[in-house]
Design a protein around this ligand. Structure first.
Ligand code: SF4
Length: 224
């Protein structure tokens, strides 16, 4: 729900165009997206090796997120305490083939904050309120902060049903970054040799396989 005092300066059509433009960049299908680092290695391999998802992806979800982001950017811009320093900041590291995106970099009380927005449904929002931020989001924000080499990672959750929000800050934790580095290096090895990582699950009834966009292709291959 949009607060009454906000006037949007980005139209829905513009949000859809931006989202489609982002989804169609071939470069993004060859790098490791920090958003996906916590996924099954085989799924991550398909993603960063140019494989197309089996089901067409709706651009509406991306458009909604872009729309929500623009709304909060507008609110940030109205705050006298917050200075927006940059928007849609690309961060990357060629040693690990990582490329991420930070929604907005702001300054607050001399602190540089790297903000990433997430729009979640009410059930997820209540879960986050009770148990803390989702692990995959924490890792994404941590990787992006590490790639940026300055500032603090901020997760900004909006409840898409009520407009409430929650904010978490993420510190860089070296053992997690070490694990990410290892996973990326292994992924690069798989890409170079063309050897697909083993399935980590016994059958396709695993929770992640049920939502995986490469499930048919993956389970068509017999054996591991
Ligand atoms: S179907 Fe399951 S095992 Fe195969 S890539 Fe997807 S998540 Fe991984």
């Amino acid at each position: 729900m949009m607060p009454k005092f906000v006037t949007l300066n980005t139209s829905l059509a513009e949000s859809i165009r931006k989202s489609m433009e982002l989804n169609s960049k071939p470069f993004l299908s060859e790098v490791i997206d920090p958003k996906r680092v916590t996924e099954c290695p085989r799924r991550l391999y398909y993603c960063c090796s140019g494989h197309l998802p089996e089901k067409p992806q709706s651009c509406l979800e991306g458009a909604h997120n872009e729309y929500m982001k623009q709304k909060w950017l507008h609110i940030f811009a109205k705050s006298s305490a917050i200075t927006i320093m940059d928007k849609n900041v690309s961060v990357s590291d060629c040693n690990y083939n990582l490329a991420g995106l930070i929604d907005v970099v702001v300054k607050l009380d001399e602190e540089i904050l790297l903000v990433t927005f997430y729009s979640v449904v009410d059930a997820d929002f209540q879960m986050i309120r009770e148990n803390g931020a989702f692990k995959k989001h924490v890792i994404e924000v941590m990787i992006n902060a590490w790639l940026m080499e300055r500032g603090k990672g901020i997760l900004f959750y909006e409840n898409r049903n009520t407009g409430e929000y929650l904010i978490y800050h993420v510190d860089i934790f070296s053992p997690i970054i070490d694990t990410v580095e290892q996973k990326c290096l292994q992924m690069m090895g798989h890409k170079l040799t063309g050897k697909i990582p083993l399935k980590p699950y016994k059958n396709k009834l695993a929770k992640e396989c049920k939502i995986c966009e490469f499930a048919t292709k993956c389970w068509q291959i017999k054996g591991a």
